[in-house]
Design a protein around this ligand. Structure first.
Ligand SMILES: [Zn+2]
Length: 388
């Protein structure tokens, strides 16, 4: 079925709450491994289906479809979700500390416990309230960002409040600062502040001067149009290369196009300059969002997003537990950037005679992006270190 026909119904939050509480209690008294694991999986299914429904409405919201309605639904989600996740975390904590842990590891692998450890934080009522406030502020920030005439002062106030709330959240959860909590949320387990700052230092030492040198010599990006002039042509070219690359990428792209799991056209209330990939649990399918304007470099941005979708699609068909279907921030870009490189032999189809310019721009963008990302990272560290 095409995505536009998918049915959305607001999750029955109070019902899910009741079911999760019930799972929690039954897990504590389960008499056998089989019973215990079945209840644990039941709790997972509740959350997975809830996230599936929430993702449908989030995608519509990002695309500017049913904008006011989806906005209202997301505001409700933001209020309800923290308590539900706190209950779900409790179920997971019971699993992690239970006598059946070894058997769960044997059946589902050890990684799930690493994952749970990364994503759960000890909750308290203060933290749950702060998380709801944080989500509401993020929403407000996004609303301000879609407007053509941005109100800088309003943006600044939301930004400032968001940082305050995150610092309070870290405090209420017993973290030294939001930086520490942020590292935990990002799943940064085997590298910490020291390694990140060394990495940034090396980028600054080697890459920044190269960029500065290019700028001084007025070597910049060239703008050129793609030879695929609209979203339909772009999709059919992406289909051609994904089919040519392998059977796996071929069947993936086939399903995505059949179900129309993409939206590449501009629209009122659609977030501008947005190129992203959303992942729908339960159906185990990604949804790709872009704003294709016919610019030559944008063809690569789209191939990139379909690359994110492919990783999720593949993992979701191999891994038994839905938490393990998404990759995580430290490796997310490896798959999608690789697809950008796999696209090189097919560049003629996307940008025709501008192939060389494309490759040159691509390299420059990658270098510049490294400095840009590091600047953001350093800025965020500073913001959470000193309240503005
Ligand atoms: Zn990406």
């Amino acid at each position: 079925m095409k995505f536009s026909k998918w049915y959305y119904t607001r999750p029955h939050y109070s019902e899910i709450k009741k079911k999760l509480k019930d799972c929690k209690n039954r897990m504590k008294t389960a008499m056998s491994y089989q019973m215990f694991r079945d209840i644990w999986l039941e709790a997972k299914r509740e959350i997975e289906y809830m996230e599936f429904q929430e993702e449908i409405i989030y995608i519509r919201h990002l695309c500017g479809i049913d904008y006011q309605y989806s906005l209202g639904e997301i505001e409700i989600q933001n209020k309800e979700d923290p308590l539900l996740y706190a209950l779900y975390d409790e179920c997971n904590r019971i699993a992690a500390t239970s006598q059946y842990r070894y058997e769960l590891e044997q059946e589902f692998g050890k990684q799930i416990f690493e994952h749970m450890n990364q994503h759960s934080v000890t909750q308290n009522s203060d933290a749950i309230r702060l998380q709801s406030e944080e989500s509401a502020l993020k929403m407000q920030y996004r609303k301000l960002m879609v407007k053509d005439n941005r109100d800088e002062e309003a943006l600044y106030q939301v930004f400032r409040k968001l940082i305050e709330i995150r610092c309070n959240l870290a405090d209420s959860l017993g973290y030294i600062s939001y930086i520490d909590l942020g590292y935990h949320i990002q799943g940064r387990q085997d590298y910490k502040i020291r390694e990140i700052s060394d990495f940034r230092y090396n980028i600054q030492k080697y890459i920044t001067p190269a960029i500065a040198d290019m700028k001084a010599k007025k070597i910049g990006l060239n703008c050129f149009p793609a030879s695929v002039t609209n979203a339909e042509e772009l999709i059919s070219t992406i289909v051609t290369i994904y089919k040519d690359l392998s059977d796996e990428t071929g069947s993936y792209i086939e399903e995505i196009t059949q179900k129309e799991l993409y939206d590449l056209k501009g629209r009122e209330n659609k977030r501008p300059n947005l190129f992203t990939c959303c992942m729908l649990p339960y159906e185990k399918l990604p949804f790709i969002i872009g704003n294709y304007t016919g610019d030559g470099m944008e063809t690569g941005y789209m191939v990139h997003e379909f690359g994110h979708g492919f990783v999720f699609y593949t993992a979701a068909r191999k891994q038994p537990l839905y938490e393990l279907h998404r990759s995580f921030p430290a490796v997310n870009e490896i798959h999608s950037k690789t697809m950008e490189h796999f696209m090189f032999p097919y560049l003629n189809m996307f940008v025709g005679e501008h192939k060389k310019e494309y490759i040159r721009n691509h390299l420059m963008q990658q270098l510049e992006n490294m400095t840009y990302q590091c600047a953001i990272d350093e800025f965020e560290h500073l913001m959470y270190d000193k309240i503005i």
